[in-house]
Design a protein around this ligand. Structure first.
Ligand code: PLP
Length: 394
């Protein structure tokens, strides 16, 4: 027991395994071995470099001046927030703006967006509902603010997306805590690559609407991989035709969309028929001010520059389409050529950066793959093996 460290400081949990495995794989590669490194969640091009929107270097030069060296506005400014809303809603923009109250603040990546959402929308007596298979950082963010979590089963016994199970869990938590906040990561769920269908979204929204008539419901929708799914705006299609009555907070990331992981840029967007926009904006700004203070000014200017130019927007959409095709090609290769070594069964993959295989004793199997075949994958909960097709370069 430390005498100096705060008693609430978090000391358990492992966020470094993936980086450790990546380092080991690279060292083996440097020593002249043929290695399959499928550890990191960063999209690499066919030459093993971080894949970014090709115009980024030129935009960076154009946008770097004395203004971008100075502080940005705390919430990123109206131009950036309007641009983010425009990018996220795309062709549903006008009709959704007619139906819903919408506001946005710039954040330090998708992680920053999740941080604000959890910080300001989960009460102390609540348990934040997160998927049992999912990004491990949800729990870490919550625990770092002394908030508790509970996990819903994302897939049922038949491997289907578990709308009924999620609603069941939400109802029980709402009855207990008199409010419920849940995270859904869609499309291109990390780590399975599942993307919800229109039918599943409709059923979930109807169920949450019913619950919201008794208790406040907050849905945090993690859109980190939104631009890497073939059907990527299903949620917006559904809320355009079915009135969503609860509060949704969209956690958006430009890390992956632009290939600017280190710039730490994203947004948290409030969407609801309930008008609590002022509360959202004021509380978000104060949380930003008290944490990272203000967002990356250069990144904001780059994104605003893209959105101001139709040609650049078209080029970005084309770049993203090419990345989806690249991921699809890699997925086919992995399933055809390596599937047998990784495991017989895998979660239904539709889109995104990862495929997850099911394997008893996943930790031991991952070790065997490393030692015998030089294949580096991430074991999860000793039950699954996450193969990062995004960083797998043949
Ligand atoms: N959500 C999921 C599911 C992720 O996998 C990640 C990053 O890997 C994030 C959010 C956060 O992204 P960012 O790098 O923009 O903070």
């Amino acid at each position: 027991m430390s005498m100096y460290l705060n008693k609430d400081a978090v000391l358990t949990g492992d966020s470094s395994l993936v980086f450790q495995l990546n380092k080991e794989a690279k060292e083996k590669q440097m020593a002249g071995n043929k290695v399959i490194n499928a550890t990191l969640g960063t999209l690499l091009d066919e030459k093993g470099r971080v894949s970014s929107f090709p115009m980024i270097d030129e935009l960076q030069k154009r946008c770097m001046n004395s203004e971008s060296k100075g502080y940005a506005q705390i919430d990123g400014g109206d131009l950036y927030n309007n641009n983010m809303v425009k990018w996220v809603f795309q062709e549903r923009l006008d009709s959704c703006l007619e139906k819903y109250n919408v506001a946005s603040v710039a954040t330090a990546g998708g992680t920053g967006a999740l941080f604000i959402a959890i910080h300001n929308y989960v009460e102390d007596n609540q348990k934040l509902l997160i998927p049992d298979i999912g990004w491990t950082n949800y729990e870490a963010i919550a625990l770092n603010m002394q908030k508790r979590v509970d996990k819903y089963e994302i897939f049922d016994e038949d491997g289907k997306f578990n709308v009924d199970g999620i609603l069941d869990k939400a109802i029980k938590e709402a009855e207990r805590a008199k409010k419920v906040t849940l995270i859904i990561n869609d499309p291109a769920h990390n780590p399975t690559g599942y993307t919800m269908s229109k039918k599943e979204w409709s059923a979930l929204i109807k169920g949450l609407n019913a619950l919201n008539s008794k208790f406040p419901v907050v849905l945090i929708l993690d859109l980190a991989y939104m631009d890497f799914a073939k059907e990527n705006r299903t949620f917006f299609e559904v809320i355009d035709s079915t009135k969503m009555k609860f509060v949704t907070l969209l956690a958006c990331s430009l890390s992956k969309t632009l290939g600017l992981y280190g710039y730490r840029l994203g947004a948290l967007i409030y969407v609801s028929t309930v008008n609590e926009l002022q509360e959202f904006e004021v509380s978000s700004r104060l949380t930003i001010r008290a944490t990272w203070s203000n967002p990356n000014h250069l990144g904001i200017r780059i994104f605003n520059e893209i959105m101001a130019d139709e040609f650049l927007v078209k080029s970005l959409k084309k770049y993203l389409k090419d990345q989806i095709a690249l991921l699809d090609k890699r997925k086919n290769h992995v399933l055809n050529k390596l599937g047998a070594s990784l495991g017989k069964e895998y979660f239904e993959y539709k889109d995104g950066f990862f495929i997850t295989f099911k394997h008893e004793e996943a930790g031991e199997h991952a070790k065997l793959l490393r030692n015998v075949m030089n294949i580096y994958v991430l074991p999860i909960q000793n039950k699954y093996l996450r193969f990062a097709i995004c960083s797998f370069v043949k």
